[in-house]
Design a protein around this ligand. Structure first.
Ligand code: SAM
Length: 216
C-alpha cells in the first residue's frame, strides 16, 4: 500500500508542477490516502462520492485503488489546480470520474433529485469546514449513500478553528443516530503531501485527524 500511495502522490505532484499551478489549501497525508484506498477496496464498493476535490488527490487515490470504482466529486471549483487535476484524472481513468461544480449545499441536493440514482457505497467529506457546511454535507450524503455505506470525514479537530465545524457536525449526527463511529485515525504532524508546493503547510506542526464510520 505504501508504494501505491507514493506513486499516487508522485504522479499528482508532477502533473501540478508541470501545469505550473500554485497550491493554496491543504490536501491529504499519506496515512489518510492509504485509509481512503483501503476503504475503496472493501467488498462491494463501486461508487464513491466526495465533497472537496481540490487538486484531485483523494479522487485519484480512490480510482487507483480499484479499477471497478467510479468517483463523483463535488467542489466549488475556484482553485487553479482543479482544471489540470481533472484533466489528468480523465486521461488516466477515462469515464470513471465525475466533477460537479458549485456549493455542495445546493449541488448535493440537486444531484439527489436530478442525478442518476444515488446509492453511493462510500463517502469522503472534506469540503467546507464551517459547521453548517459540514452538517449539510453529512446530512445530504446520508440520503445519497446505501445504508451501511462507509463515511470518512476529515478534520475532526475540535480544538483547531478549521476542525470545529466538522467535529461538531459529526458529534451531532452520531447523537441523532445518522452515523455510527468506528475509528478515528490521525497523522502527526499533518504531513500534507503538497507541503513542498505550499511550504506554509509543511511548517505547521499539527495533527490531522479523520473519522471512519458508517451511515445507519
Ligand atoms: C481540503 S480541500 C480537499 C482536498 C482533497 N479531498 C484532497 O484529498 O486532496 C477542500 C476543497 O473543498 C472545496 N469546498 C469548500 N467549500 C465547499 C463547498 N461549500 N462546496 C463544495 N466544495 C467546497 C474547496 O474549494 C477545496 O477544493
Amino acid at each position: 500500500m505504501e508504494t501505491l500511495v507514493h506513486d499516487v502522490i508522485r504522479t499528482m505532484q508532477s502533473c501540478l508542477v508541470s501545469a505550473g499551478v500554485r497550491i493554496r489549501e491543504g490536501s491529504s497525508s499519506p496515512d489518510q490516502l492509504a485509509d481512503l484506498m483501503r476503504a475503496a477496496r472493501a467488498d462491494g464498493v463501486r461508487r464513491v462520492a466526495e465533497v472537496g476535490f481540490h487538486a484531485g488527490l483523494s479522487s485519484y487515490a480512490f480510482l487507483e485503488a480499484d479499477p471497478q470504482v467510479s468517483v463523483t466529486s463535488f467542489d466549488l471549483g475556484f482553485h487553479e489546480c482543479v482544471g489540470p487535476a481533472k484533466e489528468l484524472i480523465d486521461k488516466k481513468f477515462p469515464g470513471r470520474h465525475e466533477l460537479v461544480l458549485g456549493d455542495s449545499k445546493t449541488t448535493l441536493a440537486e444531484y439527489r433529485i436530478t442525478g442518476p440514482d444515488a446509492g453511493f457505497d462510500l463517502a469522503f467529506i472534506d469540503g467546507g469546514h464551517r459547521l453548517e457546511e459540514a452538517r449539510s454535507d453529512i446530512g445530504n450524503l446520508a440520503r445519497m449513500c446505501k445504508p451501511g455505506a462507509t463515511v470518512i470525514v476529515d478534520d475532526i479537530l475540535p480544538d483547531q478553528f478549521w476542525g470545529k465545524g466538522p467535529s461538531q457536525a459529526w458529534e451531532e449526527k452520531v447523537e441523532a443516530g445518522v452515523v455510527l463511529e468506528h475509528a478515528r485515525h490521525s497523522s502527526e504532524p499533518s504531513g500534507d503531501v503538497f507541503s513542498d508546493m505550499w511550504p506554509r503547510l509543511g511548517s505547521y506542526p499539527l495533527a490531522r485527524c479523520w473519522v471512519i464510520g458508517t451511515f445507519v
